[in-house]
Write a protein that binds this ligand. Structure first.
Ligand SMILES: Cc1cc2nc3c(=O)[nH]c(=O)nc-3n(C[C@H](O)[C@H](O)[C@H](O)COP(=O)(O)O)c2cc1C
Length: 176
């Protein structure tokens, strides 16, 4: 077909770049993934952020490119453009009042709606006592149909030895 305009019911119309857009849609709808890990997190006091960087080190040590995204400084729509093609989706949240952080819940709601296929997920986070957030994040990733790495749940602040244990253990779980 000689397409002049792409007009999806929910948004922006494309009057140019038609071949490129059709190519992108083909790729997205086929659920083709690339060897990329997206690491998405939010944090109150930076412990979950430390875990996020330890997770990043594990993927990089295995030669897998990473994109690390703090939900305070990245919009979920932008993160989703990384997620659509990433094979590994890692999501971190500390526990706040028996729950994951609202920003992480918003991201996961969006992710669940898009339901990308053929992914491997990882839930991680720091906690103080009950520590419910990591299990809650993991439940959503499981409901998305993702295969899962073993969850990473750390009490309060991870020190250097805990962080290097996280990296080494995860490295052993990543098979390329
Ligand atoms: C307002 C507030 C509420 C919290 N509620 C819980 C909770 O319900 N259960 C829990 O295990 N930890 C709770 N914590 C402890 C944090 O999860 C803990 O300090 C964690 O290390 C924070 O991780 P972060 O540095 O990534 O923010 C709470 C902390 C704050 C500040």
């Amino acid at each position: 077909m000689d397409i002049e305009i792409i007009a999806p019911s929910h948004g922006v119309l494309w009057r140019s770049h038609i071949p490129e857009i059709v190519e992108q849609y083909k790729k997205w709808s086929a659920n083709e993934t690339e060897d990329i890990a997206v690491i998405v997190y939010d944090t109150m006091w930076n412990s979950t952020e430390k875990i996020a960087y330890a997770v990043q080190s594990a993927f990089e040590a295995k030669g897998i490119a990473t994109k690390i995204r703090n939900l305070k400084t990245n919009h979920i729509s932008d993160i989703m453009t990384d997620v659509v093609t990433a094979k590994y989706i890692c999501v971190g949240s500390p526990t706040l009042n028996n729950n994951m952080l609202p920003t992480v819940a918003a991201f996961l709601t969006y992710l669940k709606g898009l339901a990308p296929k053929n992914r491997k997920g990882l839930a991680f986070g720091s906690y103080g006592w009950g520590g419910q957030s990591v299990g809650q994040v993991e439940d959503v990733l499981k409901n998305c149909g993702f295969d899962l790495f073993e969850q990473i749940k750390i009490e309060y602040i991870p020190d250097d030895s805990v962080l290097s244990d996280i990296t080494n253990k995860l490295k052993g779980e990543i098979t390329t």
